[in-house]
Design a protein around this ligand. Structure first.
Ligand SMILES: [Zn+2]
Length: 116
């Protein structure tokens, strides 16, 4: 099973970067957790965010946020529309599923003919 965070949306913020004070660098990235197994691919409702400054190449952790950043962050969080969680079965799953159903049917047929 593999898990990864995929980027859904990136928003440019006009707030001052707490590190370099540039107003052109802050970016808020929204990610959702994506799970892949041999049987299915699934996107979860788990959203995680990251804030980076592209001017000074620093990740801005919540501890460094100013009130303004916090306000815009809350606003962006409300505006963000996560992708609906979904699960997609791969063909291996359907092949095994079909084999299982067919062998079950065969076993039942065998039992019915021989013991009833
Ligand atoms: Zn910066």
């Amino acid at each position: 099973m593999s898990e990864k965070l995929i980027t859904i949306n990136t928003v440019n913020l006009i707030n001052n970067c707490p590190e370099c004070f540039s107003t052109k660098g802050l970016q808020l990235t929204f990610k959702q957790r994506f799970i892949e197994t041999i049987f299915y691919k699934s996107i979860t409702q788990e959203v995680s965010t990251e804030m980076n400054c592209v001017v000074c190449h620093t990740e801005i952790y919540p501890a460094r946020w100013t009130d303004d950043i916090e306000r815009i962050y809350n606003y962006q969080m409300k505006a963000f529309q996560p992708k609906k969680s979904s699960k997609k079965y791969k063909s291996l799953f359907w092949i095994l599923f079909t084999v299982l159903v067919l062998s079950l049917a065969a076993v039942i047929t065998f039992l019915v003919y021989n013991y009833l």
